[in-house]
Design a protein around this ligand. Sequence first.
Ligand code: HEM
Length: 425
Amino acid sequence: MQLYSQNPNVFSSTRHNRYGEVFKTYILGSPCVMLSSPEVVRFAHLFKPTYPQSKERLIGPSAFFFHQDDYHGQIRRLVQGSLSLDVMRNLVPDIEAIAISTLDSWSGNVVNTFYELKKEKYYTLDKGYNPFPAILPGSLCNKSVLVSIIICHDQQLCTYRNLFEKARRRISLILGEIIKERKKKSLVHKDLLGSLLDFKDEKGETLTHNQIVDNIIGVMFAAQDTTASLLTWMIKYIHDDSKLQETIEIEHKTIFESNGGGNHSLSWSQTRNMPLTSRAMKESLRMASIISFTCREAVEDVEYKVYLIPKGWKVLPLFRNIHHNPEYFADPHKFNPSRFEAIYGRLGVKPNTFMPFGNGIHTCPGNEVAKLEVLIFIHHLVNKFRWEVVRSSRGVHYAPFPIPQQGLPAKFWKDSIPLRTTRPG
Ligand code: HEM
């Protein structure tokens, strides 16, 4: 058994072995093991989410970086409940209406695809949000003094912090109004806000207003950029591959026609039956690996192959490395949705090698809603619109999630012959 603590330099470099399974490194001075093996799921139960936080911030500000053990499981269940399949079923018409109006507003214009896919208010908030985890993962609350020092030394971050505080205050006021209205009219809502308002811990204590605000912001953060990033990549990949675009158009044309040329709304079952688009979505998730890793801490000594990961060490499963390992995905840098085709009823990829939404009990509770949003958006895009990417480039920009360079500037316009089956010349 190799004891890292006795042999600190053995895996200290991450450079020489890109797809290696285990690396040791340090995060803020804490020993940390990075794992790039699908086997990580076998002992996932021995890892807890890392980075404790104060009670003021339960899931938020970043769902990925800040967790508080006592409450996290309970709050997670609330988020999960508000995003259950039953809830989502009823969301289809709303998501459709937003997709249609967004696309209509783009018609005839060159837009920055990624940034248009985000809401203006949230964009402001995000400016203040992301610098913290990037610089000091998980330390916003516990090491707030340190954060203040860094902020004071960095004029730009100062601006971000002010923007964040302003946006947070506005969101807090808006939520306050909504809550007042609900209470006044005795309205019962089974959404996330409703669940947070009803929450009581084992001592019967409810959440404070700040806790509710932070959790709403946390879920917004987890939801918005990730979904916008996935959609932007899909729009790029479909644009770059005319054959793929053609087959996806045909898939959606069939649905569109059966809905009387778009006269009826998409049904829930139609959204569950878009196999080609779903495969293109999976491949986009694999290629982009939007959340490239997650954070855990070993709750006890973990024996992994010849290694021992001592209790308390940080553990980072690296999804992107797994997704880009040629051992699991042949020609990994090639966009190839057919790799997700089931062969003789079996999934085309090896078990536990595809984890764009994480794995285990902390797997992303919003994964179904994200996929639903993307499928509905693509349905209306390919049926009614054409688009050309302006200054197409292969580069990736991290903001902090990967997006195509400059957010994919593209021109969108309404297609005058929306039901064609072949692309012109
Ligand atoms: C393409 C879009 C998305 C991607 C790629 C994504 C990916 C992920 C990943 C990798 C994790 C970490 C899982 C782990 O640690 O094992 C996560 C956690 C989470 N996601 Fe998502 N996500 C997306 C959309 C959403 C949406 C739409 C929501 C909410 C509506 C959401 C809410 C959350 C929350 C609350 C967590 C924390 C779960 C926990 O720690 O227990 N995500 N997501």
